[in-house]
Design a protein around this ligand. Structure first.
Ligand code: CP3
Length: 340
């Protein structure tokens, strides 16, 4: 096993650490904007393997990252379950909300069968990768449920939180269904060539500790257990964003190989409290990258110094911001490559 990311996720303190960035493909790259203009809409873009494979590879060509993450979106799964989905400029994704048993009953199972395009993208990318590892992903069941229930990102997510507390039986059914669908979808991505899989639970921070255990930690552990049986060699990385107080418990009980951490956490301090075999991924503030200069240099150096000697995957605490200058990303890669 020579790929740096895979060695790190197996518990080795590889140095300099492997690096890739959440949302490394995207609007901050002029070549992405040109490619994006070739597709009728964002779903068509994600489900056209030639375009999606090219989008996946663009940041690797420019920066030589240690991993490619398949170009897709966490909301393709509900879309493939029959939910209307549109990405509106300046507004983000908009879905037909699922708020009662009837709407839940209309969700079509076995969505992965209708997402064969993502497998084709993975296969097309895999043969062109060299030493970079290939990452497949899905949304955490809770985060996908957030978008399904609310229908769009709202500041306070009122419909979602109302359902969590007022109709837990319905919300349990929704999360259970999404958990099963997520397992099948990730298994299909692994069968198509993904060497690592990642779960983005971007809205975990909306929940109290008890609901976090039930709707984020529980499903993550269930998915990890299922994948360990079907694909024991493929590491799972979870990203329960802003689940700060529960990260220790997550590390100990979820069964994942790696934990992605947002910028609000003192990563070296967390690392000091964890069992060694768990790799940590994160957590440079995307704003430090966007601003660049001294802010970027200092923040990256502190993180590198603090994580030296540990299994660590250099990443951001959240996605690359759309107006990040690409030269800042190149500078960051140089800094990491020179880490002593
Ligand atoms: O490079 C990569 O990271 C791979 C592709 C990827 C995308 N989305 C492409 C995308 C990945 C891994 C995601 C994950 C994703 N999608 C998450 C979890 C991570 C996170 O950011 O918290 C979430 C919550 C989504 C849902 C989503 N998709 C939103 C809220 C939006 C609109 C807001 C935005 O950032 O534009 C999207 C659209 C989207 N997904 C874009 C990209 C490149 C922008 C589409 C465009 O070109 O206009």
């Amino acid at each position: 096993m020579s790929k740096k990311l895979l060695r790190t996720l197996a518990g080795e303190a590889v140095w300099p650490p492997p690096v890739w960035l959440m949302r490394q493909a995207g609007r901050y790259l002029p070549e992405y904007r040109a490619l994006r203009a070739q597709a009728a809409d964002f779903v068509a873009f994600c489900t056209t393997p030639a375009l999606a494979a090219e989008a996946t590879l663009q940041p690797l060509r420019r920066f030589g990252f240690d991993a490619a993450i398949v170009f897709a979106d966490i909301l393709l799964l509900p879309w493939a379950m029959g939910v209307e989905l549109a990405y509106r400029a300046g507004e983000g994704p908009v879905l037909a909300p699922v708020r009662d048993a009837e709407a839940l009953g209309r969700l079509r199972p076995h969505a992965a069968e209708r997402l064969a395009a993502v497998g084709e993208t993975l296969a097309a990318v895999k043969v062109r990768l060299g030493e970079a590892a290939l990452i497949g992903f899905a949304g955490g069941p809770f985060t996908v449920a957030c978008y399904l229930v609310e229908g769009r990102a709202e500041r306070d997510w009122p419909a979602l939180r109302q359902m969590v507390w007022q109709n837990p039986a319905l919300f349990d059914s929704l999360v259970d269904l999404l958990t099963e669908e997520t397992v099948l979808y990730l298994e299909a991505q692994i069968a198509a060539g993904a060497e690592v899989v990642m779960l983005f639970d971007s809205w975990a921070g909306l929940l109290s500790a008890s609901r976090l255990r039930r709707y984020v930690l529980g499903p993550t552990a269930a998915i990890a257990a299922r994948l360990r049986r079907s694909y024991p060699q493929v590491p799972l990385v979870a990203f329960p964003r802003a689940a700060n107080g529960l990260l220790g418990e997550f590390a100990l009980t979820s069964g994942v190989s790696g934990l992605g951490v947002d910028s609000g956490v003192d990563l070296p301090a967390l690392a000091g409290k964890l069992p060694r075999p768990l790799a940590l991924q994160g957590n440079l503030d995307p704003w430090a990258l966007r601003v660049g200069g001294v802010a970027l240099e200092e923040e990256a150096k502190v993180l590198l110094a603090g994580m030296r000697g540990r299994p660590f995957v250099f990443n951001l605490g959240h996605g690359v911001l759309a107006d990040t200058p690409p030269e800042h990303v190149a500078r960051l890669c140089t800094l990491i490559g020179a880490a002593e």
